[in-house]
Ligand binder design. Structure first.
Ligand code: ARG
Length: 462
């Protein structure tokens, strides 16, 4: 029986159906139905025989889904209806008892929560894999000098390890964000019913334990309306994807002949259809381009939820494609980043060469004047004068004469001052001068590596 006299319009059915994308929720739908059936028998809402029939039937349905022989039908609106329909075909009328004390509203909220929790854990593990790879590559290149950049202009030299570890710390924060996402998934929606609770004395604690939640959600209205955890996942994913896009962008630059700092392994490179000499960093470019897609899903999800009256509204079905595509995109991006970081080959000579431009030591010359009592702003001006003199005459800073030094500042007009000046301009001294905590001097990078290893081994949020 139905209250409707006319069938649904075909286009409405197409608009309404979510099966094409929500079928990936099946493992969670089966798990929650199993827990729900057990609970119903525990509190004597159904008999033990009925429970056994339901659980046995769910096992069969699960097998069909796992082996991809589940007979989906045109008329299945979503995965929840499909599973219940099939269960009833298998076990008969008792299948209709499963939905006692449950609504699709608390059901779908629970499935999506379980799914999000599983993917947040997966993201955390994948991030850790990439962090470990960065530490390994940093250890291998601990004292390889390269230019550090601002505005994509050579600024100050750093060690490659220092640069690689910058990504490690971004990812460490990303990992924390996914720990937070998991924490937002500690309360069980199931048992909220359509919105107001159900008219049976159910045992929500039992289901919470079965499904790994800390406790039932305290408010049935909030339980079925809440999709904050989707926003939280998307937000964490968008930030992480943004970090990976910066990594991708640097790989693209560094692999160019102009930089020549590194070469990607063949497994992560593409050829050109017309230029046989080319080796293109397509994977790194895609890493760069995927971030806005994930951020777009976050923005879209804010759009779906904003202004929605409580409680469940069909709008919320739109959470899934945004979430699922973000999950797929992030997981693939993390795998690609790991593959590229693991296999990229750096060119020590090219990097050292690029870092040997003396101009890069200009700040150190200014610091030398500061140590002799000059205020930094003034020293900055003096060194700018030296740089202008050198650039105008096509010479290096170390090639300036005693007279030229003296012309810029009397603090540079003594044998001792000149000796310090030429010393500061010797290659290793610039990079090793950055001795402050968190700086690039080798001893500090080694300290940083120790800290990174420690961060990697302690389980966050545990
Ligand atoms: N497919 C729906 C969704 O994803 C399931 C919940 C439907 N609930 C309802 N009251 N129509 O949101």
């Amino acid at each position: 029986m139905s209250r409707f006299r006319e069938p649904q319009h075909q286009d409405f059915q197409r608009l309404n159906a979510s099966l094409s994308f929500d079928r990936r929720l099946w493992p969670y739908d089966i798990a929650q139905s199993r827990a729900h059936a057990k609970m119903l028998a525990r509190v004597k809402i159904i008999s033990e025989q009925d429970r056994d029939a339901l659980v046995g039937g769910l096992d069969e349905v699960e097998g069909e889904l796992r082996e991809e022989r589940f007979p989906f039908q045109e008329s299945d609106e979503d995965i929840h209806m499909a599973i219940e329909r099939r269960l009833t075909e298998i076990v008969g009328a008792v299948g209709g008892r499963l939905h006692t004390a449950r609504s699709r509203n608390d059901q779908v909220a629970t499935d999506v929560a379980l799914y999000t929790r599983a993917r947040a854990r997966e993201a955390k593990a994948a991030i850790e894999g990439l962090m470990a790879e960065l530490v390994r590559r940093a250890e291998e290149h601990v004292d390889w000098p390269m230019p550090g950049y601002t505005h994509l202009q050579r600024a100050q030299p750093v060690y490659l390890a220092h640069h690689l570890l910058a990504y490690f710390w971004m990812l460490a924060r990303d990992r924390q964000r996914f720990v937070f996402v998991e924490g937002q998934l500690s309360r069980l929606p199931l048992g909220a019913g359509a919105l107001a609770g159900v008219s049976f004395e159910t045992d929500r604690d039992f289901i919470a334990r079965e499904l790994g939640f800390d406790a039932p959600a305290p408010n049935s209205i909030d339980a079925v309306s809440n999709r904050d955890f989707v926003l939280d996942y998307l937000s964490a994913a968008a930030t992480c994807a943004t970090h990976l896009s910066r990594l991708g962008a640097e790989i693209v630059l560094w692999c160019s002949s102009e930089f020549g700092f590194c070469e990607l392994p063949d497994a992560w490179s593409a050829g050109s259809s017309i230029m046989p000499q080319k080796k293109n960093p397509d994977a790194a470019e895609l890493l760069r381009a995927k971030a806005p897609r994930v951020a777009g899903h976050l923005a879209a999800m804010h759009g779906v939820l904003h202004g929605l009256p409580l409680t469940y509204n069909k709008d919320m079905q739109e959470d899934k494609e945004h979430l699922f595509d973000a999950v797929d995109t992030l997981e693939l991006a993390l795998a690609a980043a790991r593959g590229m970081v693991a296999g990229v080959v750096f060119d020590r000579e090219r990097m050292a060469q690029a870092a040997s431009d003396e101009m890069i030591a200009a700040t150190d010359v200014a610091d030398l004047l500061v140590r002799r009592g000059m205020p930094f702003r003034e020293a900055h001006g003096v060194v700018a004068g030296l740089v202008r003199t050198a650039v105008d005459s096509g010479r290096a800073l170390s090639a300036l004469s005693a007279e030229e030094l003296a012309a810029q500042s009397e603090l540079l007009d003594s044998d001792e001052a000149r000796a310090d000046y030429y010393k500061v301009l010797e290659r290793e001294s610039w990079i090793e001068s950055k001795v402050s905590e968190g700086g690039t001097a080798l001893a500090r990078v080694r300290e940083q590596l120790d800290e990174a290893r420690a961060v990697l081994t302690d389980a966050p949020g545990a």
